[in-house]
Design a protein around this ligand. Structure first.
Ligand code: HEC
Length: 143
């Protein structure tokens, strides 16, 4: 657990260092890592990976971290370029876009506190990950 936290911390630091010069690359890397964690959660939900309470909680911690970091990675200067899938609508509705990250963070925090076993994880995970699709549906280019 300690080691997992350290690795997550190192990743986050690396991402912040990149963010200053290149917010597009930084947000894509942040979302990619978030997606990997969501994949690990989905594997536990489907029974393809054994349920592990520490890992389950760590996934929700990653989502909270994403929610904190992501809004700062969509500055006006990074609307286009580098194959970004971010839609221009983000900057037309920045308050709503940012609010969706606040909600992701709050839901992930509540989920981290509530999960005790596989059943509670299934419920919490499906609730929290609705935030992912809800935002992508509106603000991410469909490929
Ligand atoms: C408030 C909006 C928002 C929320 C919430 C959100 N995302 Fe995203 N996500 C985006 C946007 C915008 C992009 C496109 C970024 C770009 O290409 O510049 C993206 C891209 C991605 C990508 C593709 C990354 C790449 O380029 O390889 C993955 C994977 C992803 N998100 C996973 C998630 C998961 C999992 C969650 C929930 C835990 C989540 N996202 C929550 C807005 C959001």
């Amino acid at each position: 657990m300690k080691r997992a936290l350290f690795v997550a911390g190192a990743l986050v630091l690396g991402i912040s260092a990149v963010a200053a010069q290149d917010p597009i690359a930084a947000r894509k890397a942040l979302m990619k890592d978030t997606g990997k964690n969501a994949g690990a959660g989905a594997a536990m939900v489907r029974g393809e990976a054994p349920f592990d309470l520490a890992k389950a909680k760590a996934i929700f911690v990653v989502f909270q971290d994403t929610a904190t970091k992501a809004p700062g990675l969509f500055p006006d200067s990074a609307k286009a370029g580098e194959d970004t899938a971010a839609l221009p609508k983000i900057w037309e509705s920045k308050a709503d876009f940012d609010a969706k990250f606040v909600k992701l963070g709050a839901d992930a925090k509540a989920a981290e506190a509530s999960v005790t076993d596989l059943d509670s994880f299934k419920t919490a995970f499906s609730g929290v990950t609705k935030n992912c699709g809800g935002c992508h549906e509106l603000y991410r280019l469909k490929k």
